[in-house]
Write a protein that binds this ligand. Sequence first.
Ligand code: PLP
Length: 429
Amino acid sequence: MRYSNTLEFAKEQDKKDPLRKFRKHFLFPKHNGKEVLYFTGNSLGLQPQGVLKNIKVELEDWAKYAVEGHFDARNPWYSYHEMFAAPLAKLMGAKPEEVVAMNQLTVNLHLMMVSFYRPTAKRYKILCESNAFPSDQYALQTQAKVHGFNVNDALIEIAPRKGEHLIRLEDIEKAINDNADELALVIIGGLNYLTGQLLDMPTITKAGHKAGAYVGFDLAHAAGNVQLKLHEWNVDFAVWCTYKYLNSGPGAVAGAFINERHIKNKELPRFGGWWGYDKDTRFLMKHDFVPMQTAEGWQLSNAPVLSMAAHKAALDVFMQAGGMVPLCKKSVALTGYLEYIVAELNKKIKDKKVKLEVITPVNPAERGCQLSIIAHGIGRDFYNALTKNGVFCDWRNPNVIRFAPVPLYNSFEDAWRLGQAVEKVLKLK
Ligand SMILES: *Cc1c(COP(=O)(O)O)cnc(C)c1O
């Protein structure tokens, strides 16, 4: 597409955007009485309009039915989580029986590792990325320790090469092959939170399986952002949170995928709880654990209905928008536009020490909507000044600013206005 750095062009694109009406489904914070430029949907997605109504329904039914609400509520609480199987399957590229909404992301990562990190004296290593999100690092370190291994020995961390920002697929494949005899698990962020790099999950999965390891992905930044085909890619398991691109609210209920190959395997060790117990005989309150034959068999506790009411409102919007195919189509164009705006800004910057370096891959197939930028020569002051001008973006130490134009609610005009805000802050006009 040929882009142009004018308000007319941006407005024209918005007029042609088949998803434009979804912006109205979301609540934007205000700055000086005007909607902010919100580019932090990668951190906390905006609140969908339907959330308040959905939560009110559950509060009313709780008041009206009390304990009977488990079966008599408009959305019976006993089976509330079952409403998520179809939409999550669509968004994650899975079968409905392979996905479940439960707990929170790091909790689910631990639960999956109970089943899929089964180290032996010889095969005990975990391969991950070097700049993994801290919570994931802590989860992997403590899992290795629980099994009695030395963390430095058990964890293989793949880093970008010296002087580079992104991880090379060939380096991941080589590390998998080099450690094939000792590798128990490959667990990587499918889309890196810091750089916005989307990894080639099917190729990594194949390589890991060839080495005899299980392969799982943390999809915190991929869920609701890029197209996923977890079943087709033959991934063993995956976990995600829902408060980022899935717009389900702070600390919202998370999700997990467990491949069809594993869901009926009663031999696979797991942590048990009553909500993972066979649904039809759960209330016989029998002594021995009989897991459900779906991903629900990994649930522990009864479902957090109030949190799920928000999740439901959020997923409804995704389904109305037609899922990830139309969203990704817009995302490629919109993020491409923001990338163009940044290139135009660099042309206008006269100070030789100042440069906005986009470190996210240029290829749309290797990224989602997020652009990560190193603001050379200005850094944190630049971020602070943007914030004062009603721009929501975020700063990650030591020097990365992240902008996520989200296709569900961001517009081309937002991207253009961001460029104008940067021009003002850097005194380019
Ligand atoms: C956001 C994020 C988390 C947060 O974990 P919670 O358990 O939801 O608090 C963990 N890992 C990654 C990769 C993330 O992006």
